[in-house]
Design a protein around this ligand. Sequence first.
Ligand code: NAD
Length: 474
Amino acid sequence: MPAYKLIIDGKKVSTTETFPVLNPATEKVVAQAPKATVEQLNEAVAAARRAFPAWSATPDAERSRLVHAIADTLEAHGEELTKLLTLEQGKPGVGFAGMGGAFEIGGTLAWAHATADLELPVEVIQDNDEARIEVHRKPLGVIGSITPWNFPLMIAIWHVMPALRSGNTVVIKPSEFTPLTTLRAVELMNELLPPGVLNIVTGDGSLGAAMSSHPDINKIVFTGSTATGKKIMQSAAGNLKRITLELGGNDAAIVLPDTDVAAAAPKIFATALFNNGQTCAALKRLYVHEDIYDEMCNALAAIAGSVKTGDGSVEGIDFGPIQNKTQFEKVCAIASEAKTSGARFLTGGEPVKGAGYFFPVTIVADIADDTRLVAEEPFGPILPVLKFSDVEDALRRANDSNNGLGGSVWSADVARATALASRLECGTAWVNGHAMIQPNMPFGGVKESGMGVEFGRYGLEEYTTIQSLYIAKG
Ligand code: NAD
């Protein structure tokens, strides 16, 4: 088994303790990851602090060049990183509709290059006989990045690249379930970056908690569950850390009666099941008009019946296992409660027996709004399909959630769908699509789905603070 190490101040650092990393397809230990102590976290933060003056003063063009170079290095190691992703996360390399591990690596590169090309120019808001007033964007200092297990590498890149691009230094802590890909990627990035600019510590939630209360970290960027996001917000208050929180979602989609079911069903299926349903902005509640309800249920069930769930390292597998035991047991419990409630299971519904956290693609019809499957984010391969007759009622049910990450409306009448989509209470609303994100479009949640946005200029600005510069004249 390869020996993984922390990276602090550009150097590999061993720990006295380690923790096991499992392959969720086999439940076998595939590596031991280093378990960082709080003292090692302190060293990482101190190294990032020491590196900050020189890195923040590095010319913008040079930082842009280095972020592009990082993307090139990750691309050169794409195959190795894709295999590591499958090993620890479970997702197949290719997967359903080509949206597996290689797709995650592709997204990683696209976001890194796009972030490298972003600019935050000085804004002149007044220049007259009285004064010239400029608005400057300055880096915050040391950024703490805490990431989840569903897209370990892509989300790390979403955090780290804008932080570095805007002149901050970073300490990253990946999920304890999927630390390996990030450890390797940070090692590769450190071959290009000055020491201390990007450090990695690995461990469980207690290490994340030590980061969010750390007096010398200036901002936490966190992607993960709403429950953890709330804890981070509380402990960040100690030194008034800036925070960006990308949290859970329970995205609703409303399908109007004029929708072409044959054309829409494959798209709906793909976006609901993306990454085996373990995607923050996946479509998680599908409200379908009664006129096309049966047709949509049948179309989705037919696709679900044609896909293969299994070990992601085997060729031809569409969906891998659920990533970890806790999440697997949650999906099993949610399915079992839906069954007890009398909902109609069109496919799946029972975990696969044997080793590995396998749950087949499950489509559930005729289910009540107050079941856990509808009211909570299941974060697994299970989709509830709900019937509506009145569109205002569908909108009310869609908005009746503490979450507000994404939402969508599907219809042949784009103007009508757009008007309805703009009334969804969520950070991103789509028309005739769902979960379509891109590096130049701000992405974030409202309500309990988060705070702040990522991506593009808006996302980059969140890694900076404003300095107004007033130059008196005359
Ligand atoms: P999680 O909150 O359990 O863990 C995420 C990270 O937080 C891990 O690194 C973990 O070690 C750390 N952590 C745990 N307790 C902590 C604490 N008290 N203080 C600081 N850090 C702590 O989430 P998860 O189970 O890894 O991820 C699944 C959740 O993430 C889902 O709800 C999903 O919707 C959400 N998610 C959101 C987005 C988004 O962009 N909105 C993207 C992906 C996942």
